[in-house]
Design a protein. Structure first.
Length: 247
């Protein structure tokens, strides 16, 4: 069985190796790439840093020397990346944006730098501000969609698609709807890193409400793909789901 690894190129080979160790064939063809933004200055006062992704950790570490502030990370993989980069006090929320918000609120730092993409998946900075915690958003990168030509050309041979982010999931759903046959999505198995990721995949697969009849939308619903949602928002949980699929 062939598994399409859709994540960014700097992560894809490690994921592909794990997929193949489980007895599957991996096809690497990213749908997103990371583009660094111009370096913004750090605020004068900070005693905490929040990282919402490994990309944010790596870009911050290449740009700034600050390592001593308490570091809050959205998940364990992000926390491991922060420790590898020399951050001294690292705490993992082992969850999503809401989980890291709750973790920060438990510790109540005075001033937090929120390191995030240009368009964050969750409004962490606003949540912290509303909770009475000083928060400064530091946009470090943007993710750009790229057409996965190899995967689209081989789509009839692909059985499973791994979805590591909501942005990728929606883009893939839209491509499958517009660039492949009507039964393609129905026969595929999708493994999503989170419920939010799964929901936007379905949004992408469904035709816009203003351009299709109710009957057409109902038919799409009936042809919904097999969609597995990770118990925890990390790749290890996704691979556990994958390991349960018969070869």
């Amino acid at each position: 069985m062939k598994v399409w690894v859709t994540r960014t190129a700097n992560r894809a080979h490690k994921t592909a190796a794990a997929v193949e160790a489980l007895g599957f064939e991996a096809l690497i063809d990213p749908v997103l790439k990371v583009e660094r933004l111009p370096t913004p200055p750090l605020p004068d006062v900070t005693d905490a840093i929040a990282f919402t992704s490994r990309s944010a950790v790596e870009i911050f570490a290449k740009t700034y020397t600050l390592r001593t502030a308490t570091t809050f990370c959205v998940g364990d993989a992000t926390a491991d990346a922060a420790r590898d980069q020399g951050f001294s006090t690292v705490l993992s929320a082992a969850g999503d944006g809401r989980a890291v918000f709750e973790l920060i609120c438990q510790h109540r730092p005075q001033a937090v730098i929120v390191c995030a993409p240009e368009t964050p998946a969750a409004p962490l900075t606003q949540w912290l501000t509303d909770a009475g915690i000083s928060a400064h958003e530091l946009p470090l990168y943007r993710t750009i969609t790229i057409t996965p030509h190899a995967a689209l050309n081989a789509i009839d041979d692909i059985d499973i698609i791994l979805l590591h982010s909501a942005k990728a999931a929606r883009f893939i759903g839209e491509m499958l709807r517009t660039k492949t046959g009507p039964d393609t999505a129905k026969r595929l198995t999708f493994i999503a890193i989170s419920k939010a990721c799964a929901e936007v995949l379905k949004t992408g697969l469904n035709p816009p409400s203003d351009s299709h009849s109710a009957i057409e939308r109902e038919n799409v619903s009936e042809n919904s793909p097999k969609l597995l949602i990770s118990q925890f928002p990390d790749e290890a949980s996704m691979l556990m789901l994958l390991s349960d699929i018969p070869r």
